[in-house]
Write a protein that binds this ligand. Structure first.
Ligand SMILES: Nc1nc2c(ncn2[C@@H]2O[C@H](COP(=O)(O)OP(=O)(O)OP(=O)(O)O)[C@@H](O)[C@H]2O)c(=O)[nH]1
Ligand SMILES: [Mg+2]
Length: 288
């Protein structure tokens, strides 16, 4: 028994795993207190990206559920196989209540294996630079061109993204085709010059580890979850401190404090690194 437990579980959590209402309230308070680094900033934009069906739209909804205390479905999510359900470039404001910092997530089409499939890598780069107008419908075979009506010629600071969040499914990422991983590495290389922070949100932890499915408190004692996080860190070069395992809302009809804590911890880090990136790019006049 002792042995089989140690195979699946660490004796002690390897990251602070305090969950529950008190922690959730403290995280919400902390997020509301973050100040924009630029006074007249219209919004701090964050871009989500990742393989199709990885939980991008669900994560955006989960963030809003955590603040609202009820299930919302602004960003439509669905499971329709190997092709992306989201095809339109759409912004979603984080409804965090009375916060002086307006945070906007941009949902995007999923990356798919093979060239000419899923969201074009070029379009992810254009989205980061702020060249894509909300409402644009992605065309896998035809990246947006500067001639297109949805191309923003001179993006302002609030059009640009200051953090790239990879949403990856813990239960399937190791089976992702090499070409999808390669697309993510290509994106990484192409935005190096912006020092763009990258965060991984590892979804579907419930489907990746039976211990965690039964009890979310086991998130940081589960060996399986740590292994998945390390795998992502190795393959994509994102440090472990920028990787957050979460369970998205998908079948629940009410919110849950423990799920919310993991979601809000990810959000806190995302906002901080995005805000820091904006600050340093403003001071260096880097592509701003
Ligand atoms: N069990 C479980 N299911 C999840 C989780 N996150 C998302 N799902 C489900 O996975 C499916 C795909 O989620 P979406 O949020 O639509 O994924 P997406 O990345 O936006 O997908 P595309 O727009 O198609 O690229 C939906 O049926 C969700 O309910 C999770 O953490 N756990
Ligand atoms: Mg989607």
């Amino acid at each position: 028994m002792g042995n089989s437990k140690s195979k699946l579980e660490f004796e002690n959590p390897w990251r602070d795993n305090t969950l529950g209402r008190k922690k959730k309230d403290a995280l919400i308070k902390g997020i509301r207190e973050i100040k924009p680094c630029k006074k007249d900033l219209k919004g701090l934009r964050i871009l989500v990206a990742g393989p199709c069906g990885s939980g991008k739209s669900s994560f955006i909804n989960s963030v809003n559920n955590a603040f609202k205390g009820r299930i919302t479905s602004g960003a439509l999510s669905d499971r329709i196989g190997d092709i992306s359900f989201t095809i339109e470039y759409k912004p979603f404001e984080v409804e965090s209540g009375n916060s002086s910092l307006r945070v906007v997530f941009n949902d995007i089409m999923g990356l798919e294996a093979g060239s000419g499939k899923g969201c074009p890598v070029e379009d992810v780069i254009k989205a980061i630079h702020g060249h894509i107008r909300p409402g644009h419908v992605f065309n896998p075979g035809k990246p947006l061109s500067s001639e297109d009506a949805n191309y923003i010629e001179d993006p302002v600071i609030s059009d640009q993204a200051f953090c790239l969040v990879y949403i990856l499914p813990a239960n399937r990422i190791q089976f992702a085709e090499d070409s999808v991983l390669q697309k993510m590495r290509d994106i990484r290389m192409q935005v190096r010059s912006l020092s763009l922070p990258q965060v991984i949100v590892l979804t579907n932890v419930d489907e990746a580890c039976p211990l965690v499915k039964r009890d979310l408190q086991k998130i940081y004692t589960s060996r399986k979850i740590k292994e998945k996080m390390e795998w992502c860190s190795d393959r994509l070069g994102v440090p472990m401190c920028h990787i957050f395992p979460v369970k998205n809302y998908h079948e629940e009809i009410e919110t849950n404090d423990d799920m919310d804590v993991l979601i809000l911890q990810a959000l806190t880090q995302i906002i901080h690194v995005a805000n820091d990136n904006m600050k340093s790019r403003i001071s260096q006049k880097l592509n701003i």
